[in-house]
Design a protein. Sequence first.
Lengths: 144, 144
Amino acid sequence: MSEAPRLDRQVCFALYSASKAATAVYRPVLDELGLTYPQYLVMLVLWENEPRSVRELGTELGLDSGTLSPLLKRLEAMGLVERRRSAEDERRVEIHLSDAGRALSARAGAVPQRLADAAGLSAAELAQLHDTLGRLTAALHSAI
Amino acid sequence: MSEAPRLDRQVCFALYSASKAATAVYRPVLDELGLTYPQYLVMLVLWENEPRSVRELGTELGLDSGTLSPLLKRLEAMGLVERRRSAEDERRVEIHLSDAGRALSARAGAVPQRLADAAGLSAAELAQLHDTLGRLTAALHSAI
DNA sequence: GGCGGTTGAGTTGTGCACAATTTAATTGTG
DNA sequence: CACAATTAAATTGTGCACAACTCAACCGCC
């Protein structure tokens, strides 16, 4: 006879809880920037390199156009990005940072430290966690 | 001058990606059971011990009534649970498993193995990941 | 040039997450 | 007992996640 799985034993639930707790720690900081967590992720990618197409953003973040299209519209309504149809390929929409969007980067510099401070783990443990999660995510993706 | 944070360095994004990847691996298995991942979590708690009040489910899963109320209504519509107003405290709603809900437990037994198979990590690494995530989540919660 | 297949973005629909509010039941305290 | 404070659940509203679909632009190939 088959044993019912136990909630507290599941790595999947541990991941789900940790991820929710991490975004909860970020939330008050991001509130001051006027961003949600997924919006912050999009801005992170753009701060690294812009413009980026919707497709490129989706590849980096693992999100599809059904999630990104309305999110980007909200960022545009906030005045942080501009959406421009690409001239070379009219299917593509390029997301450019506005001046306000670029300026927000400076204020966002302190955000990640907030998580590190709250994490209660050593730098080495955080580095190892990051590494393990990266390998786990890669393996899970190749399993789908 | 402040450096813009890098996406690929953030533990937060690693958690977010790993959690999404894990639920993506579960999705086809849970589809066969007719459950979403949060619905599966609720059933896990109930399989351990029932009935449970909405409040108790929320405490175990870190979810509030705004999430659980409609979710439980859907589980009830599927015939997996029954919601009964408690006689001792008429504010409470107790969630009972139906026969079909209890029966589903047997079919769910194989679900966690699916993640372990796809994870590409050793049992020891999985155990350590579970432990680190647990401590991380606890520390993050105490930081809010 | 024409045409089938592919690609990029957007839309629609369902469900989750969470803040804020509402309502009713309970508890604590004078 | 009365009444303020608290608690449990539900509701409302906003935003994310993802499947399924639409539509226009592009590409390959004849």
